[in-house]
Structure formats: C-alpha cells, structure tokens
Design a protein around this ligand. Sequence first.
Ligand SMILES: *[C@@H]1O[C@H](CO)[C@@H](O)[C@H](O)[C@H]1NC(C)=O
Ligand SMILES: *[C@@H]1O[C@H](CO)[C@@H](O)[C@H](O)[C@H]1NC(C)=O
Ligand SMILES: *[C@@H]1O[C@H](CO)[C@@H](O)[C@H](O)[C@H]1NC(C)=O
Ligand SMILES: *[C@@H]1O[C@H](CO)[C@@H](O)[C@H](O)[C@H]1NC(C)=O
Length: 529
Amino acid sequence: MGYQKKLLGMFFWMYLVSFSFSFIGVNCIGLGNDSAVKGVVVIHGKAFIGRIDNDFVCATLDWWPPQKCDWGRCSWGHASLLNLDLNNKILLNAIKAFSPLKIRLGGTLQDMVIYGTEDNKQSCTPFALSSKEKIDFGFTKGCLPMQRWDELNSFFQKAGVKVIFGLNALAGRSFESGSAVGPWNYTNAESFIRYTVAKKYTIHGWEFGNELCGGGIGTSVAADQYASDVIVLRKIIQDVYRGVKPKPLIIAPGGFFDENWFKEFLNKSDESTNVVTHHIYNLGPGGDPHIVERILDPSSLNGVAGIFSSLKNVLQSSRTSAQAWVGEAGGASGSGHHLVSDAFVNSFWYLDQLGMSATYGTRTYCRQTLIGGNYGLLNTTTFMPNPDYYSALLWHRLMGGRVLSTTFYGTKKIRTYAHCAKESKGITILFLNLDNSTTVQARVALNFAKKPSPHNVGESQRREYHLTAKDGNLHSQTMVLNGNILSGNSAGDIPSLNPIYVDSSKPITVRPLSIVFAHIPDAAVKACS
Ligand SMILES: *[C@@H]1O[C@H](CO)[C@@H](O)[C@H](O)[C@H]1NC(C)=O
Ligand SMILES: *[C@@H]1O[C@H](CO)[C@@H](O)[C@H](O)[C@H]1NC(C)=O
Ligand SMILES: *[C@@H]1O[C@H](CO)[C@@H](O)[C@H](O)[C@H]1NC(C)=O
Ligand SMILES: *[C@@H]1O[C@H](CO)[C@@H](O)[C@H](O)[C@H]1NC(C)=O
C-alpha cells in the first residue's frame, strides 16, 4: 500500500470536509459476500480545468425510416424527424425538464436530404429502400416537406429546444472511388435557410455534413474542399442573417476525429467554424456480444481519452477560437444494442463520457439519440425514459459549468468526476462504481479549500443521489434512485428526482455497480468562488 504514505503527506496541507484525519488507509472490512474498501477522492480546488455550456447535455434526432434494420432488429420505428409523434406528452415533458435541451438534427441520411422549398423541382417524398444510390446506405434520397419543418419548429418552440440543424453537405458533388469531389451545391440549402429565417425560426447552429471527414463513413470529402465549402456557408449565413438576431453558430465537420484532416480543415477554413464537432462510438459495433465487458472495464473506458486530448491540442495550436463539441455519440454503433445501450449498464459509459469529455474542454455532448435506435434516452414505442435519461437529467441539474480535476485513491474500479455545483453552493462529485462486489466508502479531501465560516455550519448535510438497476440487473430498463423505482405516469409527467440527506462528516457509500451524485454545499473551494 505504497500510496498510504503519499496520502499521509498530502493531508498535512489538505483540509478535509469531514474534519477528520483518522480514516486514512485502505483496509478491507467484511460485509457478507461483498467486501468494502475505503478510499479518498481528492478534489483539486485551486482552479477549474475546463468549462461546459450551461446546456452541455444535448441529444439527437435522426432521419432513419422504420425500414432501417441492424443485426436483425429494426429499432427505429416512428422516431425519425419525418414521422415522430410531436403530440406525445411524455416527449414534450421529457425535453422541457431540461429547459433548454440542445437537440442536434442529423445523422447518416442528412447528406441525402432534399429540402422541399419552392426551388425544389424533385418530388418531395420520404426515404425508401434502395440499392441504387451512389453512396450505399441502402436508401433513396428523402425530402423534408416545409409543412413538417413548420410542425417541428412549433414543437421545438413549445418544448424550449435549442436546435442544431445538420445540412446536406454532399449536394452537387460527384463520386470517384470512395470520395465525393467537386464543390458543394448550396442552392437548396440556401433556400432552406432563407425559408427558416423568414419564418423566424431560431436555429442555434447550422452544422455542415455528417461523417464525411477523414476516411469518411460511406464517402469522404477532402479537408481543403470542406474548408472552402464552409467559407461559402458562412457567407450565405452572413447574408441571410443580416439584421437578424440571434446569429447562429457555424458547426463542422460532424464526423470522426482525424488529426491531419482536422488540422488542415481548421488551417484553411479561415475562422469560419465556431464549433468543431466529432463523433464517438468507442464501444464497437452494436452486434458485438462483449459491449458490457467493455463498459465495465476502466482501461477500455480510458481508451478514448487520447481522442479528446488530441483534439484539444489541435484546437489550441490552431489560430481559431473554435470550441469542441461531441456532436453525436451512441457508444455502440449501428443503432446500438438492445438491453445494453438502452439499459442501466449504459449509464456507466454515458456518464463517464460526459465527465471525461468535460475535463478535456468539450462544451456540449450530444447523445445519439433522444429517441430512436437501441440507444434512445426515451423508449421508441412508449416514449418513457430509459435509465440514461435520468442520468442525463441529474447531470444537467447538478454539474455546474466549472470542471474540477479529481483523483480517486482506493480502487481503479471507481471513477470520479467533480464540478462546481450548478446554480448552488459547493461542489458535486460523480462516482461510478464498476465493481460488482466491492462497496466503497469514500472520503472527500479538498485541496485549496476555503475554511468554512461559522454561518455555513447549518449546511453540514450533503445531498446524495444513488442510482442502481432494478433487481441488480444491469440489463434492466428501469432506473432506481435512492431505492425507489423511477417511472413516468400516463399523464406524461417526469418523476421528481429527490436526494437523500447525509451528514457531511460521514464517508460517501458507493455500492457495487452503482452510480452516485453527491452535492456537497459546504465544500467551498477556490475554483468555485
Ligand atoms: C445546383 O442544384 C440546383 C438544384 O437544386 C440546380 O438547379 C443547379 O443547376 C445546380 N447548380 C450547379 C452549379 O450545378
Ligand atoms: C496553415 O499552415 C501553414 C503551413 O503549415 C502555415 O504557414 C499557416 O500559417 C497556417 N495558416 C493558418 C491560418 O493557420
Ligand atoms: C419499451 O418499453 C416497453 C414497456 O416497458 C418494453 O416492453 C419494450 O421492450 C421497450 N422497447 C424498447 C425498444 O426498449
Ligand atoms: C464480477 O466481475 C468479474 C470481473 O470483474 C467477473 O469475472 C465475475 O463473473 C463477476 N461476477 C458476477 C456475479 O457477475
């Protein structure tokens, strides 16, 4: 136990929330079949290491029609932008609970969308199965009728959505041995943007293209061509939004990170891009039977950190002021895996991603999907929240804009993230216990703590939110909060998420395969003042 010494040294200059130095050390105590380990989460409170948007949590809506099937399952139902039931009360309330929720509209088929504006001469029909298209996603082009766009916008206004719209970036290009060449034909996109502005629909960001960067998925576009097309898009937006407020963000490229492509794109796009988006599917294909093992393996979760840090470096060394977002992340690709991506176990991956990405400067994280596929935050047929919905909502309510660095001493199977508390005093710590048999008793140690003043004494209680799977079944689609099942009702209400109150001098108990958010109002650190 070499780090015990290190810990002892550390505590001479650290102030502990518990006012107690007696617990140091890690010893196992018997607890039936389970074991318990004592650990310490150190919060480096001198300065915050990053910031997230107030509406960091974002989710996607996609274009896939009901005929989209993967691994023998057709998981999209009526969850597409073209056919989603916008009158569903649960859907409305689930979005409103975030006020606001960013929603990114896009996905694979976005580069085959025709906008049914007046200039469009083709018929305005939805996607249909096909094997004849030049890029083979198995579908024909599909059209967004302006009447549907009006309905969507009226719903977004009612629900308080911040809309990110992914434009078709393949229009007008020709296809040569796997890549798309020639300039973007912006005619149809421009008239769509003009229609949108004339109707006074607020678009938070226009995103250009989906998974066309680097090697591309389906097809690719070279970085220099992409850069000149984004400059064209910026000119169109400057023109159409003359005298119009708020101005939308310009977002690109919405694909997998490729260092050289991103560098060249940023170098040549002349500060046109406000936000650089990239996609994360680090759990492998949805048909893979070993996804759960990967989710519960710390080194597998860490594997993606290199992408976040490379992108951070690329942005820092570029001259631009562009920020990084995760524009689409589903974990397992190809629509995810039923009873994994839409079950309790996925929250370990999802919350770990939110926590990790934030420490590397990610400002917004868009989950594939809000609804649709096997990775929806909401159930595709009942619209009821899946476990990750509640994880997202707790994150949104508790994790503030300033990201703190943390270190956990005790076991590798515990992952911790901390932020200044959201719209409240103190800090919030997120614990993920990936171990299936070890309970962890975690003390909190604050580095650069501000001494509590006497009037803080009344706040020595912290608020804890313990998330577990129903019946301990990782594949359960039912979330349990502090021992109570969370479920919506037929009126479409989202249940309230109530904490338990615990004496702040006690260690935080993190049960096997559980997730804990701990909001500690009296943990005052320099970084949060
Ligand atoms: C761009 O596409 C429109 C149809 O949307 C077409 O009428 C026009 O000729 C195209 N422009 C070029 C330069 O190919
Ligand atoms: C782009 O890269 C070139 C060569 O690496 C460099 O000289 C130039 O300053 C860069 N331009 C921008 C806008 O970053
Ligand atoms: C949606 O919820 C119902 C009722 O709980 C469940 O039977 C069904 O499997 C769920 N569907 C999906 C795709 O998860
Ligand atoms: C607990 O996890 C270990 C791997 O960490 C695994 O070998 C074991 O089968 C698991 N036990 C149960 C009961 O799931």
